[in-house]
Design a protein around this ligand. Structure first.
Ligand code: NAP
Length: 319
């Protein structure tokens, strides 16, 4: 089978297309034939060595959409031919096949494409956990999806609109703002403009927003505290540096800053998260948006693209 392998940390050029023997499933394992692969920012951080030591060579990736090829003994929920998406893998998903454990594999409803399946594992699970498990969102509240045009942002807009929140989304390009509006945001702002957050007061009758899902805390956390409602919560999902805040902006509001990583999700949380994702796909309240597509051999280009501004949903690799 074809795989992307990393033999040393470095820039996108360390992603090498190679041929390796097909995997065979052990007890409780499955081989998934991959039809589309989701590319997430975290895979660029791991490739660059920012997430600490790894055993080389390794194949990046956790997210994909595909078909079960074979199952090991003890696998109960799946059989060969089932349409699935993955949210993790033993051997990595930047490949034509991946070895997975049963909990890493989920049923992909008929009305979702394999590319849409590849957009779920990290982005939709992160959005759900940020909104409900960490953010305690409630119907009737107002949410600011600060960075709504990318993988996690589009998922967050779809989840919160369907759950009865008023949604304010931001994007840095005209095309991005159009996309955010189409996903169900009630109001859309341009995060490249000076003072764009001043519009929040007018959009919320002076109350501020109850919840912020923050994709760029290194730029925005200080400003976020100034646009929260009383008892408002900021959920830090994305961050690429340090930031100065004035705690006094939060004190007068009884505000909280809540930080999260999907990697901390418990097994019980993950079961609930994937049940919600599958239900949302079936009811079509969730409709993953596919932006740029690259062949598997051009994984390096996909890693360059995901770090550029101008996000439009999910970047996928096609094996
Ligand atoms: P993505 O698809 O590349 O999207 C990035 C988003 O950030 C885009 O909407 C982009 O908007 C927006 N953005 C850029 N500059 C911004 C600014 N100044 N203010 C507000 N938003 C800004 O990435 P993603 O998969 O959605 O992930 C988003 C972030 O969350 C990344 O940093 C990622 O590493 C992190 N993340 C964390 C977890 C976790 O477990 N905590 C899980 C998944 C992702 P424009 O391109 O329109 O400017």
């Amino acid at each position: 089978m074809k795989v992307i392998r990393v033999h040393q940390f470095g820039g996108p050029e360390v992603l090498k297309l190679e041929e390796v023997p097909d995997p065979t499933p052990g007890p409780g394992q499955m081989v998934v034939q991959i039809r589309a692969i989701g590319v997430n920012p975290v895979e660029t951080y791991i490739r660059a060595g920012k997430y600490g030591p790894r055993q080389f060579p390794f194949t990046p990736g956790s997210d994909s959409g595909g078909v079960v090829e074979s199952v090991g003994t003890g696998v109960e929920q799946f059989r060969p031919g089932d349409r699935v998406y993955t949210s993790g893998s033993i051997t990595g998903t930047y490949a034509t096949k991946a070895l997975c454990t049963e909990p890493q594999v989920h049923r992909l409803p008929e009305n979702a494409t394999f590319e849409q399946g590849a957009a779920l594992g990290v982005p939709y699970a992160t959005a759900y956990r940020g909104i409900y498990v960490i953010g305690d969102a409630r119907a009737g509240e107002t949410v600011l999806v600060h960075g709504a045009s990318g993988g996690v942002g589009t998922a967050s807009v779809q989840f919160t609109h369907a759950a009865g929140l008023t949604v304010i989304g931001t994007a840095g390009t005209e095309q991005g703002r159009k996309l955010v509006r189409e996903q169900g945001a009630h109001h859309v702002l341009d995060h490249t403009q000076p003072d764009y957050l001043q519009q929040i007061a007018g959009l919320t009758e002076g109350n501020g927003v109850d919840l912020i899902l923050e994709m760029a805390a290194h730029t925005n956390l200080g400003k976020d505290l100034t646009v929260l409602a009383k008892k408002g919560r900021v959920v830090v999902i994305g961050n690429r540096g340090t930031v100065e805040i004035n705690p006094r902006d939060g004190m007068g509001r009884d505000a909280s800053i809540r930080c999260m990583t999907l990697m901390n999700a418990t097994e019980v949380e993950l079961r609930g998260i994937h049940a919600a994702i599958i239900a949302g796909l079936e009811l079509e309240t969730l409709r993953p948006i596919i932006g740029k597509k690259f062949p598997l051999a051009e994984a390096a280009k996909a890693h360059e693209a995901i770090m550029q501004p101008g996000a439009l949903g999910k970047i996928v690799l096609i094996p």
